[in-house]
Write a protein that binds this ligand. Structure first.
Ligand code: PRP
Ligand code: ADE
Length: 179
């Protein structure tokens, strides 16, 4: 079941204390991605969850959301839209500012990246304060998209991001959580 997969996959996430700054427990997904079996198990959880839904697009958040989002889009046979850190996209964009566990930032999306009514899965690796996921959600809503669900690998409930997202009216699916 997904619960068994969840504890197994969690064993492939590495915790690096005090990175990138003192007090942050960094949850590093690179071991999970590096192992072909766990990478496939992870992607398959999302594929099985969304393959029976009518999905038009997967939108991935810069940068770790691109790694899993593009593979998910490919497997669902839909397009992929990057939501990028400010200043990276060349065409006309919409922009949302947000706060991070460590700093401030803004994300952008191309104005032609989705059409009103497009059914979108929004994906990132981790939800901490929820600022990044909410910024992505706001961009997609401003473009008139129908965001079916937000998905991530990891949720940090202590930081309240999962609750912020769900209270903001967006369903959030995560594979593991760290109390
Ligand atoms: C991390 C992570 C999420 C975000 C979560 O990205 O990959 O995108 O922070 O934090 P939040 O819930 O508090 O918004 P980061 O901005 O460090 O960038 P990266 O993916 O380029 O490493
Ligand atoms: N992004 C925000 N907080 C994080 C954490 N604790 N580990 C990995 N990525 C993060």
């Amino acid at each position: 079941s997904n619960l068994d997969y969840s504890s197994y996959l969690k064993g492939w996430i590495r915790t690096v204390p005090n990175w990138p700054q003192q007090g942050v427990m960094f949850r590093d997904i690179t071991p999970l991605l590096q192992n072909p079996k766990t990478f496939r198990m992870l992607i398959d959880i999302y594929v099985h969850r969304y393959m029976t839904e009518k999905v038009d697009l997967v939108a991935g958040l810069d940068a770790r959301g691109f790694i899993i989002g593009s593979v998910l889009a490919y497997e669902l046979n839909v397009g992929f839209v990057p939501i990028r850190k400010k200043g990276k996209l060349p065409f006309t964009t919409v922009e949302e500012e947000y706060e991070l566990e460590y700093g401030n930032a803004a994300v952008e999306m191309h104005t032609d990246a989705c059409k009103p009514g497009d059914r979108v899965i929004l994906i990132d690796d981790l939800v901490a304060t929820g600022g990044t996921m909410m910024a992505g959600y706001k961009l997609l809503k401003r473009m008139g998209a129908d965001v079916l669900e937000a998905a991530a690998i990891i949720e940090l409930p202590e930081l309240g991001g999962g609750q912020l997202v769900r209270d903001g009216g967006l369903d959030l699916f995560t594979v593991c959580s760290y109390k």
